[in-house]
Design a protein around this ligand. Structure first.
Ligand code: UDX
Length: 437
């Protein structure tokens, strides 16, 4: 099938490469020339495990090309819109400028029977509005909404073999045809009995934000329990294990720590709140403000814990920060709790040295005031305190006895509750977790 993918950022670049890998003929389109040049040369503009291999093999097959010219979308039957919907400046709402512009730009290049497929995360109601725009254009194209649920670090796998498919389509024949076209796009997933939900636009849009709101709530729930554990002497990690054995609850996404970040969860819960307020139902998701507040308090908690654990004035104290990306196996520092903690400690006058396997360049361009090192040993040397804020395997496997010889003071704040507290204590460290003794 001939496919175009409009927007070659994180989502679009992965989607275009994965669709070509599945056998489709794909053109990826973006206005950013540097991005298109990199992708055309087989280079990924961001770190994502497995993507370079899929991109290279898809390019070699001749089924994948990239362009800055939207006219190159002409001739494709299915057009995915995968542009960003960032948080609006000065507001919690989503900025739909790029989605609107992508659809407008596509209109002159559509043929009768083409399918436009929205993948971007949008406020409920957007698809119905865009469908009217497409209808009014007289292009004869149909709109479907097909949210993605890919996780950074697993994006290729999540795209090639998703855990479910959701199609939001119009009623009637146009909807039936859209379902048939999407089934052809996702033939390999359909063949392997991937659960499929065919629904209306509003439900499809809401599925995505509801899923992210639920995940964010689950994390903030356990972090709220960590706050209670901190004042009662309980251990939140054992509490999570114990409640997680209940299959109705489940253990996943119950890791207490410095909280969630990234390009999706924080902005999506804020945009959801803003949209619900617009619809006159703000109270229905008012709890998401609490979810956000709990989440942000955990960053402050890590900063406060570090400052009080220092045992000396924070000014000029050397603090080694392990981790900058919002989660391991990613170079993404958007709304990263780890980078935020490093920046806050620097703001208090600490001499912060931070390391991360992938996220140093992205961090440095945003916050040049921090000292970065690519070397764990150099980062730890002479530290008055060590703070672990992203649970990269490289940090989890640090030998506490080896690290003890490098630092000035054996103080560690484990912002992800990921280290073996007993082993670190046995090596002479004062260990602080979050919500555990
Ligand atoms: C998320 C959703 O999981 C995905 O389905 C959606 O498509 C996009 O948003 P992602 O942003 O890649 O994916 O990250 P995710 O793995 O969900 O983690 C989000 C944040 O939560 C990270 O900062 C992570 O460290 C944090 N987290 C996760 C916790 O603090 N505790 C947990 O138990 C799990």
């Amino acid at each position: 099938m001939r496919i175009s993918v409009i927007g070659c950022g994180y989502l679009g670049a992965v989607h275009a490469s994965a669709m070509a890998e599945l056998g489709h003929e794909v053109v990826g389109i973006d206005v950013d020339e540097a991005k298109i040049t990199a992708l055309s040369e087989g280079r990924t503009p961001f770190f994502e495990p497995g993507l370079p291999e899929v991109l290279t093999s898809a390019m070699a097959s001749g089924r994948l090309r990239f362009s800055t010219n939207i006219a190159d979308a002409a001739g494709a039957e299915v057009h995915f819109v995968a542009v960003g919907t960032p948080q609006k400046k000065g507001s919690h709402a989503a900025d739909l400028t790029y989605v609107n512009a992508a659809v407008e730009a596509l209109l002159p290049h559509l043929n009768v029977g083409d399918l436009i497929v929205g993948k971007s995360t949008v406020p409920v109601g957007t698809a119905a509005r865009l469908a009217a725009v497409i209808e009014a254009s007289g292009s004869g194209a149909t709109l479907a909404w097909n949210p993605e649920f890919l996780r950074e670090g697993f994006a290729v796998q999540d795209t090639i073999a998703p855990d479910r498919l959701v199609y939001g389509v119009p009623e009637g024949l146009a909807g039936d045809r859209a379902v048939a076209q999407l089934n052809e796009v996702y033939a390999s997933a359909i063949d392997t009995q991937t659960p499929l939900v065919v629904t209306d636009y509003a439900t499809a849009e809401l599925v995505k934000v509801a899923a992210n709101a639920f995940l964010a709530t689950k994390i903030s729930f356990i972090n709220a329990m960590a706050e209670i554990a901190e004042v009662s002497g309980a251990d939140v990690t054992q509490l999570a294990d114990a409640i997680g054995y209940d299959t109705r609850i489940g253990r996943r996404f119950l890791n207490a720590g410095v909280g969630f970040g990234g390009g999706c969860l924080p902005k999506d819960i804020r945009a959801f709140t803003a949209r619900a307020e617009e619809l006159g139902r703000g109270e229905s998701v008012a709890f998401l403000k609490e979810v956000d507040a709990i989440n942000l308090r955990r960053r402050q908690r890590v900063v406060d814990l570090t400052v009080s654990a220092l045992g000396r004035p924070v000014y000029n104290a050397k603090v080694a920060v392990l981790g900058l990306s919002f989660k391991p196996h990613s170079d993404d520092v958007r709304d990263s709790p780890a980078l935020d903690v490093a920046v806050q400690l620097r703001g208090l006058g600490a001499d912060v040295v931070a390391t991360d396997p992938q996220a140093i360049e992205n961090s440095r361009s945003r916050h040049p005031q921090i000292t970065y090192s690519t070397n764990i040993e150099e980062t730890l040397r002479g530290a008055d305190a060590v703070v672990l804020v992203t649970e990269w395997p490289e940090f989890k496997s640090i030998d506490p006895s080896w690290a003890a010889e490098l630092v000035t003071t054996r103080t560690i704040v484990d912002g992800r509750n990921t280290l073996d507290a007993a082993a670190w204590r046995a090596a002479g460290w004062t260990y602080y977790g979050l919500g555990r003794p």
